[in-house]
Design a protein around this ligand. Structure first.
Ligand code: NAG
Ligand code: NAG
Ligand code: NAG
Ligand code: NAG
Length: 495
């Protein structure tokens, strides 16, 4: 574990990096390029299962247990009588007639063969030659694990953002008074759509379910995710996907991509979403208003505006988790969350397709500069808000807090988030702040931080700590996710 001092230094370094980052990066949105030079995409790790044996649980999420049936190998355990096998812990010498599993190589067998069966009455042999009944072994491991991860925290509330800059829109928007030309916007979109269709992309404006879902005066209840490149879905994205499904109850979820995602988490989400999920082929934009876009993050920024201008709906980053229905906001024309004193995040955008603000924002891309990272995507909408406060509904605390300056509140502390609409998990900072890029479910089941609560709220529909016993030996993650999606019961010893 890091000493407090080291982590403080690390955190200060991180903060300085972050200041630079706001002006050099879009500050929101999961990066979409495997080759992006400032974002080392974590390698996906399979975690079909993870646990350990009789010794302490190592602080390592990738440990797997494996069971070896030693009844054949261990010939000194012979079948004579069944004495004293009823207690939970016995001396292995007394384990006559029982199956005894040695603690090495436990999960390899389970992984290889999902039907590999270990009965609750079977025994697990520990180093001290004690033999523990399997049911007891599992619950003991679960308890140790829970104690290890469930550190008590006091809930706090992020402090409100106070106005810091009075210059408002005038210096970040080229000319706030400049008016838009709707015809030009239409033809810019039409040219881009034509280019994409020749590449074999889907035309979302022609999908019958989309047409149906957009027959409303409100913001259509369509969730849009955009991902260019191949996404091997991790638990963090799974949370965003099932959070949207569970709490927003959308008519449709459109996944815009040039390569279908994969992985056990994706398989589970696909099953759960069923017909609501439509994977639509979309190629990244190459230019906007004749200006080349090279950064894949900027391509994703532009694509989300194009999509919303085409059909409207709710754009969501793949690391932004919906915590409660956004319906109360959907009578507005355009909704963004305040992220800091100088930006409105574009990781969550609720929009009607004919929102004036959306068009004005898109129009401002005439001054897009690929070298000014994030300016057009998060700083410009902030500036436009200052000039046209009536054209946009800005949600203060409940969409993008904690922000990028407060990520420690996510990973090291606990905030009161119950009245928040969306939580942005800043997945790109996870390695630095959480120490790992991916946590297995059994850790999320007990993790006592904001992130842990949000994870449980999304994955199981209940933020309270869970019984991890079943996660100690898990064979098929997809199956487990599906079967536990509706099992909202908290741990029995929880409040
Ligand atoms: C031991 O238990 C097994 C089943 O668990 C049973 O078939 C066998 O008869 C028992 N042996 C004795 C000696 O009780
Ligand atoms: C987290 O800590 C709080 C405060 O001590 C406690 O009430 C709660 O039960 C803990 N949660 C878990 C999952 O252990
Ligand atoms: C895991 O379960 C899912 C859903 O039931 C199934 O489609 C998949 O084939 C299973 N995977 C393995 C390795 O058994
Ligand atoms: C979860 O519950 C809902 C409502 O009862 C039901 O429609 C859905 O099929 C369930 N999903 C799973 C995976 O069990």
């Amino acid at each position: 574990m890091l000493s407090k001092r080291v982590s403080t230094i690390a955190f200060s370094l991180f903060l300085s990096a972050v200041f630079l980052y706001l002006w050099t990066n879009n500050g929101t949105g999961i990066p979409t390029n495997e080759n992006s030079n400032y974002y080392a995409r974590p390698k996906y790790k399979t975690m079909k299962s993870a646990s350990v044996g009789c010794d302490d649980i190592p602080d390592n999420s990738d440990v797997t247990i494996t069971v070896t049936d030693v009844t054949k190998a261990d010939s000194d355990v012979t079948k004579t009588d069944n004495k004293s096998t009823d207690s939970d812990v016995i001396n292995c010498d007394d384990a006559k007639g029982k199956r005894v599993f040695v603690e090495t190589k436990l999960l390899e067998n389970l992984k290889r063969d999902c039907d590999y069966s270990v009965d609750d009455g079977d025994l697990v042999k520990c180093k001290d030659n004690s033999c523990v009944r399997f049911s007891k072994y599992k619950s003991q491991k679960a308890k140790e694990f829970t104690e290890k991860f469930a550190n008590p925290f006091k809930k706090t509330i992020p402090t409100p953002i106070l106005p810091k800059f009075t210059h408002g829109g005038s210096n970040v928007v080229k000319n706030p008074k400049e008016s838009i030309n709707e015809g030009q916007i239409e033809s810019e979109l039409a040219v881009e759509r034509k280019r994409r269709l020749t590449l074999g992309d889907d035309d979302i404006t022609k999908i019958p379910e989309v047409i149906e879902a957009t027959k409303t005066d409100r913001i259509p209840n369509i969730i849009h995710f955009v991902y260019f490149g191949h996404l091997r879905v991790r638990v963090i994205e799974y949370q965003a996907f099932v959070g949207a499904l569970r709490y927003q109850k959308p008519d449709l979820i459109l996944f815009h991509t040039d390569s279908e995602p994969s992985g056990e988490y994706w398989d589970a989400f696909k099953f759960l979403a069923g017909k609501k999920l439509k994977i639509v082929k979309r190629s990244p934009p190459k230019s906007i208003w004749g200006i080349n876009i090279n950064l894949v993050e900027h391509k994703a920024d532009v694509a989300r505006l194009q999509i919303l201008l085409e059909v409207g709906g709710i754009y969501l980053d793949t690391d932004s988790v919906i915590l409660t229905s956004l319906q109360p906001l959907m009578g507005n024309d355009l909704v963004l969350g305040e992220e800091s004193e100088m930006d409105l995040a574009n990781g969550v955008i609720l929009a009607k397709r004919d929102s004036w603000f959306l068009k004005r924002w898109f129009w401002e891309y005439k001054y897009f500069d690929d070298g000014q990272w994030g300016k057009s995507s998060v700083v410009v909408p902030w500036g436009l808000w200052k000039s046209f406060p009536d054209k946009i509904f800005v949600v203060k605390q409940k969409i993008c807090r904690p922000n990028w300056k407060e990520v420690k509140l996510l990973f090291h502390e606990l905030i009161e988030w119950k009245d928040h609409y969306v939580m942005h998990l800043y997945s790109r900072f996870m390695k630095d702040l959480d120490g790992k890029t991916e946590r297995p479910l059994k850790e999320l089941a007990v993790l006592n931080t904001t992130y842990g609560e949000v994870a449980r709220h999304a994955i199981w529909g209940n933020y309270r700590g869970r019984d991890v016993t079943n996660w100690i030996v898990t064979c098929n993650l997809t199956q487990q996710l599906i079967s536990e999606y509706n099992s909202t019961a908290p741990r029995s010893d929880e409040r």
